[in-house]
Design a protein around this ligand. Structure first.
Ligand code: GLP
Length: 259
């Protein structure tokens, strides 16, 4: 795992955007795995700004797979992750809805297997952008999720529903159930790029990066992946014991290596 403590949240967004752009330049038909939530919003804004300025790659061949989706929202609900990603990124990059896939909450019993099949047919995700929950969840894999899990129905913890209440009228409006890629699904992506900003994520980041590999911290599954990169702002990196070493490694890194 490569841990990159950066100086600001803007640097996290800029480097995440550059990593996505570099992939799309070398692989115009790239399959991007995208996260929702607040953390990637500045990264998406950066990608859109560069695209509008004419400096970004063409997204004409890119396909997108979402990490997860709420169950029980009316179709088209603005807080559904399908609507969210269209609003925040894909519409502005010119990626049409038929090239954006997500687990289908309209048919929960078959959604998991169907999504796994779609991912396989697409040849798998090349780069998976990830955030992390304050309880260490990855996508919507809450603590206790199998490290080998596939896409399936999950129940949110009270902590996650409380964290996500800001997107809804109140915590009571946050769905209890979700469909999420499993940890085993996420592990099949070619490159995992986790971004975390803010003090609220410091504990989860430390547990994921320096704690034991455990289902109690689903994000610790990154330790099993051969190509995982973690971009952090100072607040999110604040509880890491080896932060100085990670910084030294990154600063001394040869340019040809990239992320
Ligand atoms: C959400 C999403 C995750 C996200 C995480 C952190 O509920 N399902 O994909 O990474 O929780 O969210 P945020 O970035 O808003 O803190």
């Amino acid at each position: 795992m490569e841990v990159v403590p950066l100086s600001t949240a803007d640097e996290v967004a800029a480097l995440a955007a550059s990593t996505i752009e570099a992939l799309v330049r070398t692989r115009p038909a790239a399959v991007l795995g995208l996260a929702t939530g607040s953390t990637p919003v500045p990264t998406y804004a950066e990608l859109v700004a560069r695209h509008r300025a004419g400096g970004g790659p063409s997204y004409d061949g890119v396909r997108v797979f979402l990490l997860d989706e709420y169950v029980g929202l009316p179709p088209g609900h603005p807080q559904s992750y399908r609507a969210t990603i269209a609003r925040e990124l894909t519409d502005d990059l010119g990626i049409p809805p038929d090239r954006v896939r997500g687990p289908d909450p309209a048919d929960v019993p078959t959604a998991g297997a169907a999504y796994e099949a779609q991912l396989r047919e697409a040849g798998g995700v090349d780069l998976q952008l990830l955030g992390v929950g304050t309880d260490g969840h990855l996508a919507f894999n809450e603590p206790g999720s199998s490290l080998a899990s596939a896409t399936r129905l999950k129940t949110l913890t009270a902590e996650t529903r409380h964290d996500n209440a800001r997107f809804f009228g109140s915590v009571d409006d946050v769905p209890r159930h979700v469909l999420t890629q499993g940890l085993g699904t996420i592990l099949r992506a070619g490159h995992l790029l986790l971004i975390a900003t803010g003090e609220a994520k410091a504990e989860a980041v430390a547990a994921a990066v320096e704690g034991p590999l455990t289902a109690s911290c689903p994000a610790s599954v990154l330790q099993l992946h051969p190509h995982a990169t973690v971009l952090l702002d100072p607040a999110a990196a604040s509880l890491l014991e080896r932060a100085d070493h990670y910084r030294e490694v990154y600063e001394a890194k040869p340019d040809w290596q990239g992320l």
